[in-house]
Design a protein around this ligand. Structure first.
Ligand code: SF4
Length: 264
């Protein structure tokens, strides 16, 4: 059964900031890591939505890992050093999206996924969805793809590049929350959802004749989506952001290192 669109959740956050008190900025820590400040402001403008801080599923995942790192990132623009990161997945995304676009507006699904998912590719495709939480914070998401059923219900899709068959591993919990978030954002924007979402994995296969083309395997995981899981996390995020700096996560090597170095 398609899920019905719900009323705006903005009023659920009205008491969070009042309960939490005012932000208390840590001057000593701030001085110590001032050089790590992000040059990028943590607010975005979108039409009339100026100066609102927009949170994403990635930000919520960071909050779950460590509220302190989340607070420092969003309130002070201070992020952990990134290290060397592969951009291969970004390039894969571009190539896959172009391939899907060839079938947009037709009655066909891309042969790579035909028979494994239902519906048509959304046409025109709306990639980004926004939902104001209150007058200061909002939630946004950027879908990789969206399928529309005959009864005008929507199924969010996310592409994943993997090193091997994902069926041999447990699902990463953040992926479930990502699809829950997309379902939430679709519904808040007037698009009822099917109650499911797809993760489409692309990973290298084996082959003896690589000179004829590198084999890529595809696996589709279909998850039930639960948009109701999102609001409590957003409420938690706002409460953290308007509260004093949280304590470090005890088993984190980075903050332990900073504390030890401070002694010298
Ligand atoms: S404990 Fe680790 S994750 Fe948390 S603020 Fe410190 S460095 Fe960041």
């Amino acid at each position: 059964m398609p899920r019905k669109r719900k009323a705006s959740q903005g009023d659920l956050f009205a008491n969070a900031k009042a309960a939490a008190g005012q932000t208390d900025r840590p001057s000593t820590f701030r001085q110590a890591v001032a050089a790590r400040r992000s040059p990028r402001p943590r607010t975005e403008s979108s039409g009339v939505e100026k100066k609102r801080t927009w949170l994403s599923a990635t930000a919520i995942e960071s909050m779950r890992r460590c509220p302190r790192c989340f607070w420092l990132d969003r309130n002070q623009g201070i992020r952990q050093p990134e290290g060397i990161v592969s951009r291969l997945a970004n390039r894969f995304d571009v190539v896959i999206k172009r391939y899907f676009d060839l079938y947009r507006g037709t009655n066909e699904l891309p042969p790579m996924v035909a028979g494994r998912v239902k519906g048509k590719l959304q046409h025109p495709f709306q990639e980004k969805y926004w939902h104001p939480i209150d007058d200061r914070y909002g939630y946004y998401g950027k879908l990789d793809e969206c399928l529309v059923s005959d009864n005008h219900t929507y199924t969010p899709v996310d592409h994943k590049t993997a090193s091997s068959d994902p069926n041999a591993r447990e699902l990463i919990p953040a992926y479930q929350f990502q699809l829950d978030s997309y379902a939430f954002l679709l519904e808040q924007n007037g698009r009822p959802t099917t109650g499911i979402g797809h993760l489409i994995y692309f990973f290298p296969g084996h082959g003896d004749r690589l000179h004829h083309g590198f084999p890529m395997e595809i696996s589709v995981k279909t998850l039930k989506t639960n948009p109701d899981k999102v609001v409590p996390e957003l409420k938690k995020a706002v409460t953290i952001l308007v509260s004093p700096l949280p304590k470090p996560t005890p088993d984190c090597n980075f903050c332990t290192y900073v504390e030890q170095v401070k002694k010298f």
